[in-house]
Every structure is written in structure tokens, then in C-alpha cells.
Design a protein around this ligand. Structure first.
Ligand code: GCU
Length: 836
């Protein structure tokens, strides 16, 4: 019996690493019967490096794997074949298609009618996109007869990687770079080809491979050649390469390039320098997509260094690229440090302040790349008003697939519903419908270009992003960049079928978790538009609300003892609301009209301000944080209900993360509610905040070789204190007599899992070991690690069904390791159904 049939019959799940993402081409279950599919694939370009040829190979591989059917590549008869090629090649070979099709750049025609499958691209990569679409249908057991043209909504569908030449990735949580190591391009580009395959399969046509905080040495002749090898590897998938540039490269002493004394964009030697470097790049990579530039932003040099405008800076590169047909994506993420004592200061105003006066001054091959909101990838932001302020400039939206502020791939957060709030937002320019997605596509203002960029940051991890479920964000990004009007739930269902199989229960369960995930995360990390209340000064991962204020970064909450929120009105605040077109400005100016979920973004109010729901702001904070954490507790059980339906490797790896999230969502909840309870002095109507009847604080136990430690920020420890071993080499223990009613409990232990040590723990009841664990998340989770006891390292591990009698002695023995002094916060004995 063939392996194919064996596994199909028994539905056995082989261990899978996730490396194939949604392109697994899993065999269809034998319970499904399907009509015959042509056995010949006619490839209308047999050049091995052409995307059309890649499409032929992909069809062969996919059909073999999904249906167990061998297909032959041929250039033979069109009858009973799958024909794949460009429209021009098709017409040259067979004459016109029987019906007129309207194809835009990168679009395709797919027809499965009359025993022939036509996959006809407007260009080579369009043909590849059509082939993958056809395979996606087969993999989902969709054998319906179709005949349609599909065109992308916008020409720019790029991804950005924030990879550094040393192999690290800024805000990357899936391992080291697949592109770079030791200052240069890696030799083995196998993963690069696999990445290109994933990108092409969701219609991505270009990738910027290096960090926006760029290093000039990418421009050395040796590295240009290395980038050329990457381009050669990705070209068969129709993925073009872009480079991030360091604005001051001409003065950086780049090996093999001239070294100047200025990088002034209007200086003729600088213009010649960039022209020359650009020519060298295009000589090696004639189809290079272009450049991405972060200038005068967060310490980066730029044209303003020489009192030149940002448009003069952008046009410097545009002119060098123009003869080659390349584009400059110029980032709008430009802002200065501000002083919070100035009530009218507002970082959210920066992009409009800097770029609106320059509208019309950018060359045609410049595209201004704008983050979705005016601050920085927060859990909720209003759509950036800059989209509605540039009428004569090409624009693209910048999204983040990598979950920098959104749980760093250790929390499940399906992002498309968030993106949808911006892409579908109606700016009401001239009081007419003007959706952000239409503006960036170039339709609203009749622009020549525009579209999408997303920071993806895959790494060498076999899962690409660090977490299997996070791959839905990558997949959905491509789908939305192709068609932003698509339903985000339906996209997720497709992704689930392709990634985990066709079982309806699997599809429904994982999709349900995904749809609940962003609202849950918003609820426990920062609601009412206050932003993700994370540590903005350190790692952007765990809770640290006070880090937002009293510094120059401008992500302020302005929380004091009685009030909270940014007054961004024109009448009394920073004026930000007035940067939107009049209808929108009027909505945000007026507290009654402002939606609750952005209330604190636009208004500075008392904690006792009533929301539209009738609750006060502070009570909403409490309730939302409890509700969000409650939802996060349900993810692991929902996932566990699928045991046996998902291969064990992916099942176990994801379960570990979901259990981690369950614990860390409680850390989030408690930190935020304790912080605002503390600062406002207002009690929780439901009596939950600060009231934990099932907990035993470690510092209240008998300490042996342990000492009490005041945690900072204070709210990231229950009762503000934890315990640590007296020194870093001696085992210690904490113990206490249990006074809970005899019965069975789930026992949670909150501890700190720091980077730089793997402490070991043993929990005993009446001298009998009931659990052991280790502070070893650095080996399993890829989030930015912390070397402190704080909201990033705080976590919970839970042991279920522990039998306890009143009067039992609980003891936890902790063995420190490295810098980690076996820190413990508290133990909680949870009767069934209680979350605390
Ligand atoms: C965020 C992020 C930085 C990044 C910056 C950018 O602030 O934390 O790592 O460099 O955005 O987008 O340029």
C-alpha cells in the first residue's frame, strides 16, 4: 500500500515542523471522491528560472501530493491539459481565449471548464499566482467549475524584513536571519527559496531584505553580489528584491565604494555616489524592485540634517532609480522627541506636520510608506490621518505581521480584523466615501502607484515566525494586499484548511480562537484607545503602563490620580483631531461622538467618565481586563479539544504557547488593574481587584534560603513582592501550611522566567513531589527576553487536579541557575471553574 493511501485511510497525523506553512499539499482524505484532473501540464515557458516554469513544477508537486496523481510536463496538445503561461504566450500558441479577459499587472485568468485548466497570467508571476490558487482549491477539495479573472487591488505588495547583517532580526521572534550572518549574505539560500515560494503563493511581489535601521555595508561590492544571489534565488518565484538604505552611506566608508565628506542630498558628489551605487546594483540585479528609506527618524540621519526637505531626500534615490524603473518607498515614520509638560505636544501629529507641506513634491516613483496608525503598531489606533492629507503623492500602508506590541508570537492574536479597521475606514474626503484601501490603491486620487508593505520578520525557526498560528497573519496579509475587501474570517478558514486539514471541527475551532484573539488581547493589554500598555522603553512585550509617560517618546497616557487620556481635540488639546477631513474631525472632536474604543486616544477624562455602555472608564478597565484574560484561558482547552486531529509536533508546540498565554494574560490583567486601582484609588465594583482569596504570596511563606524582593514595576508582582534565593548558587525553599478546604484543585505557580539562567523548581505536598518545572522559556519562546523580574519574565505554570487536605504542608524548592535566582511570586489553589 502506498504511504499516501495508508495515511489517508487512517487519517494519521505525521509529525510536522510547520516549514511548509500553508503549502503542505496534504493528501485528500479517501472519504472524498473527486472528478479527474488533467494529467498533462503544458508549460508555456520552459526556461528553468521563469515563474511560469516554477508554476509547472508546483502544479506537478501539488497534484502528486494532494491527489496522488502524477502529471507530466509537456508542451503538447491543449486538450485535457493544464495550461499555464502568460496571456501573450497563450495567444501566440493557441490564438485568443474564447472570452475576453481583463487582466491587470500580476493578474491571472483561471478556468477549469471543459476538461481543460487554463491558468493564464498577465505576466509570468501572474501565471504562478493562478497556479497556486488552483492548487489551493484542490487542497481544499474544491473541484467546482470556475472561470474567472483575478487582479490585485494594488501594484505594491511588499514585505519588509528587519534583518541585520550580523544575522539578528530587529523585532523578530522566529530565530536568526535566513539572509545574513557575520556581516554578509549566507551561502546556503535554501530557506530563501522556500520563503519566496510562500511569498509568491499569497501574491507578494517584492521583499526588502534588510532592516530599516540600515547598515551602509550592504552596499559593498561583495554584499551587492550576495544580494544578487538572493535575487537569483527568488526570481523564479516572481519575487523582486529591495534594499533598505542608510542615508549617510556616502560618508560611512563602505568597503569598495568612494568615501565622501558629506551626504547632503543636493550635493553633486552625493548624487553621483548614489547614481553609481545604484547602477552597480542594477548591473547585478536588473529587475531590482527599489529602495526603502528610514530617514530623520529615531536617530537615523536624513536630509533634514542638511536643512533639506524629506522630499529632496526621497527624490535623491528616486532619480538614481528612475532610469532602471525602480521605486523608493520612503517611510513617513518621522517624529521628534517631545516634552510631556507641553499640553499641545503630540507625536501623533508628526507625520502630517512633516509630510503634508511636501505633497506634490515627491517624484512619481516615490511612494510614502505610512504606518496604519499615527503612533506605532498599537493594539488599536485610528487610521493615520496622513492617508487623507496627500493628494498628489503615492502612498502605501505599513502593517506589522511580526507581533511586536501584540504578544511577540507567544500570544495568539489574529491581526486582520485590526488591519481591517484601518483599511476599511472611510476618511470622508470632500464628504464622499474615501476608504483607506482605495486611497493606497491609488484610486481615490488617481495615483500611478501605491499599496502595501508589512514587516514580517521570518527567521530560521522551522515555524518561520516562531508560532504555527501566527502564520495565519502572514497568509492573510498577502490575501488582503491582493483583495482588501475579502472577509477576514473566510481567509482564516482557508488558511486553517490548508494548514491543519479539512475537518470542519478543526477549521471552526481554530477560526473561532483566531476571531476571539484580538479583542481578548486588546481587553487585557490596553483598551478604550489607551494603547498597548507595554514597556515602551525596553522590550514592548509585558505590561508596564508607567513607561508610557514622563519621557520624550510621546506615547503618553497622561494618567494621574483622577484623569487619563490624551486630549487631541482642536478646542482644548493637541489639535490632532483636526488633521482629519471635516466629518471625521467633527466626530473625534466631540466626546459624545467618539467611539468608546478610541475615547482615551482623543479625550482626557476623569476615571469616572461614563461610557456609552453606561460604565465608568475605570470600571470598564477592570471588567475588560478580566474578560480578556478569561477568554485567553479558553484557548488552550479549545486547542486541546483537537488532540489527535493535528499532528503531535505542531499540536504540542502550539499548546505550550497557548498555556503560556493563559498565564501571561493574567500577569497582564493583574498588572494593569492593580496599577490603575493604585493610582485612582477607585474600587472595583465587583470586588476582584486586589482581592485574591485563593493565593498564597511567596513572601508570606516560611523562607529558607530565600529572601523577599520588591519587584519593579511594582504591579508586575502580586502584592508588589516576590522572593528570590539568597544567592545565585544555593538551593532554597518556601513552605506553608494549607488552609484550603480539602478537595481537588488546579495549582498555579507564578514565577519569573528570566533570560540567562534556567532555575529548577520542585513542588511538594507533605514531602511528596507533585510537580517539577524549570524557568526555561528561553529555549521555547522567542519573545524578547528580560534579565529582570518584571512583566516580561513573569509567568504562570499550572498543574491540574491536585488533591489537597486542610493542614497539608506545601513546599517549593528552588534551585537558582546563572543570573536567575529561582524567583517565585505566589501560588494559587483554584477550585474548578475559578480563574484567579
Ligand atoms: C518601532 C520599533 C523599532 C523600529 C521602528 C520603525 O519603534 O520598535 O524597532 O525600528 O518602529 O518602524 O522604524
Amino acid at each position: 500500500m502506498q504511504l499516501f493511501t495508508f495515511f489517508a485511510i487512517f487519517g494519521l497525523a505525521l509529525a510536522e515542523t510547520g516549514i511548509d506553512g500553508w503549502l503542505r499539499y496534504a493528501p485528500l482524505p479517501s472519504s472524498i471522491s473527486w472528478p479527474s484532473v488533467p494529467k498533462h501540464i503544458v508549460v508555456l515557458n520552459t526556461t528553468k528560472t521563469s515563474p511560469v516554469y516554477t508554476a509547472g513544477l508546483e502544479l506537478q508537486r501539488g497534484i502528486q501530493s494532494i491527489l496522488g496523481q502524477d502529471c507530466h510536463l509537456s508542451n503538447g496538445k491543449p486538450d485535457e491539459s493544464i495550461i499555464v503561461g502568460t496571456l501573450d504566450a497563450y495567444v501566440a500558441t493557441y490564438g485568443n481565449l474564447t472570452q475576453a479577459v481583463d487582466l491587470k499587472e500580476d493578474g491571472y485568468w483561471l478556468s477549469t471548464e471543459n476538461n481543460v485548466v487554463q491558468i493564464i497570467g498577465q505576466n509570468e508571476r501572474g501565471a504562478l499566482y493562478g497556479a497556486v490558487e488552483y492548487l489551493s482549491m484542490l487542497a481544499q477539495a474544491n473541484f467546482s467549475s470556475v472561470a474567472y479573472a483575478s487582479n490585485p487591488d494594488a501594484p505594491i505588495r511588499w514585505v519588509n524584513q528587519w534583518d541585520n547583517l550580523d544575522g539578528s532580526i530587529e523585532r523578530g521572534y522566529g530565530g536568526a536571519s535566513i539572509f545574513f550572518a557575520n556581516g554578509t549574505i549566507v551561502n546556503d539560500l535554501t530557506r530563501v527559496a522556500e520563503y519566496a515560494r510562500l511569498l509568491a503563493s499569497v501574491g507578494i511581489n517584492a521583499i526588502v531584505i534588510n532592516n530599516v535601521n540600515a547598515n551602509a555595508s550592504i552596499l559593498s561590492p561583495q554584499n551587492i553580489d550576495g544580494v544578487g544571489r538572493i535575487a537569483d534565488t527568488m526570481r523564479p518565484y516572481g519575487v523582486q528584491i529591495g534594499l533598505s538604505l542608510y542615508f549617510a552611506s556616502p560618508t560611512s566608508g563602505v568597503q569598495g565604494q568612494a568615501n565622501l565628506t558629506t551626504f547632503d542630498p543636493l550635493d553633486s558628489s552625493v548624487i553621483a555616489w548614489w547614481g553609481n551605487v545604484t547602477d552597480q546594483i542594477y548591473e547585478r540585479i536588473p529587475d531590482m524592485a527599489g529602495y526603502l528609506v528610514k530617514a530623520n527618524s529615531e536617530g537615523q540621519p536624513g536630509p533634514i540634517t542638511y536643512n533639506r526637505t524629506l522630499s529632496q531626500g526621497a527624490n535623491l534615490f528616486a532619480k538614481a532609480l528612475q532610469p532602471h524603473g525602480g521605486r523608493v518607498l520612503f517611510r513617513a515614520f518621522v517624529y521628534n522627541q517631545l516634552n510631556e509638560s507641553d499640553w499641545r505636544a503630540d507625536r501623533a501629529n508628526a507625520a502630517v506636520d512633516f509630510f503634508k507641506p511636501l505633497d506634490g513634491q515627491f517624484d512619481d516613483n516615490v511612494v510614502v510608506q505610512i504606518k496604519y496608525g499615527p503612533i506605532d503598531f498599537q493594539v488599536r489606533e485610528p487610521a493615520s490621518p496622513l492617508f487623507a492629507n496627500l493628494f498628489h503623492t503615492n502612498t502605501a500602508i505599513e502593517l506589522e505581521v511580526t507581533q511586536e506590541y501584540l504578544g511577540q508570537q507567544t500570544h495568539l492574536v489574529y491581526l486582520p480584523p485590526l488591519w481591517d479597521t484601518v483599511l476599511g475606514f472611510d476618511m470622508r474626503i470632500d464628504n464622499e466615501t474615501s476608504l483607506v484601501r482605495d486611497i493606497i490603491a491609488g484610486r481615490t486620487f488617481n495615483r500611478s502607484s501605491g499599496g502595501y508593505a508589512a514587516v514580517v520578520n521570518v527567521g530560521t525557526n522551522q515555524t518561520w515566525l516562531g508560532s504555527h498560528l501566527s502564520m495565519s497573519n502572514f497568509y492573510a496579509y498577502g490575501r488582503l494586499a491582493w483583495n482588501p475587501a475579502e472577509d477576514t474570517t473566510k481567509i482564516h478558514e482557508d488558511w486553517t484548511r490548508l494548514t491543519f486539514g479539512l475537518d470542519q471541527n478543526v477549521v471552526d475551532t481554530i477560526t473561532n480562537m483566531a476571531i476571539e484573539s484580538w479583542p481578548a488581547y486588546e481587553n487585557y493589554s490596553g483598551n478604550l484607545g489607551i494603547q498597548t500598555l507595554t514597556d515602551i522603553l525596553y522590550t514592548h512585550f509585558g505590561p508596564d503602563p508607567q513607561s508610557q509617560d514622563n519621557n520624550g517618546w510621546g506615547q503618553w497616557t497622561r494618567a494621574d490620580h483622577t484623569t487619563i487620556g490624551m486630549d487631541r481635540t482642536v478646542s482644548n488639546g493637541t489639535g490632532y483631531a483636526g488633521t482629519y477631513p471635516p466629518e471625521i474631525a467633527a466626530m473625534y472632536e466631540n466626546i459624545e461622538m467618539t467611539p468608546d474604543n478610541l475615547l482615551l486616544w482623543f479625550h482626557h477624562v476623569n476615571y469616572t467618565q461614563k461610557l456609552k455602555s453606561g460604565k465608568t472608564v475605570i470600571q470598564h478597565f477592570y471588567d475588560a481586563h478580566y474578560a480578556g484574560a478569561d477568554t485567553a484561558q479558553t484557548f488552550a482547552p479549545q486547542w486541546q479539544s483537537l488532540e489527535g486531529k493535528i499532528d503531535s509536533q505542531r499540536f504540542d508546540e502550539q499548546l505550550y504557547r497557548l498555556k503560556y498565554q493563559a498565564g501571561h494574560s493574567l500577569v497582564w490583567r493583574d498588572a494593569i488593574v492593580d496599577f490603575y486601582h493604585n493610582i485612582s484609588g477607585i474600587a472595583d465594583e465587583h470586588g476582584r481587584v486586589g482581592n485574591h482569596p485563593y493565593r498564597i504570596e511567596a513572601e508570606d511563606m516560611t523562607l529558607n534560603g530565600y529572601k523577599t524582593y520588591a519587584v519593579s514595576p511594582f504591579e508586575t508582582a502580586s502584592n508588589y513582592h516576590a522572593v528570590v534565593t539568597s544567592d545565585n548558587s544555593t538551593t532554597g525553599s518556601v513552605s506553608t501550611t494549607l488552609h484550603f478546604k480539602s478537595g481537588t484543585y488546579d495549582v498555579g505557580v507564578n514565577f519569573y522566567d528570566m533570560y540567562g539562567g534556567v532555575s529548577k523548581y520542585e513542588m511538594l505536598i507533605n514531602n511528596k513531589t507533585i510537580a517539577t518545572w524549570a524557568g526555561d522559556s528561553e529555549d521555547y519562546l522567542g519573545h524578547t527576553p528580560s534579565i529582570y523580574l518584571d512583566g516580561h519574565s513573569a509567568r504562570r505554570t499550572t498543574f491540574t487536579d491536585i488533591a489537597v487536605k486542610e493542614g497539608d504542608i506545601l513546599e517549593i524548592v528552588g534551585t537558582p541557575n546563572g543570573i536567575e535566582p529561582a524567583p517565585l511570586d505566589y501560588v494559587v489553589f483554584l477550585p474548578k471553574g475559578v480563574i484567579d
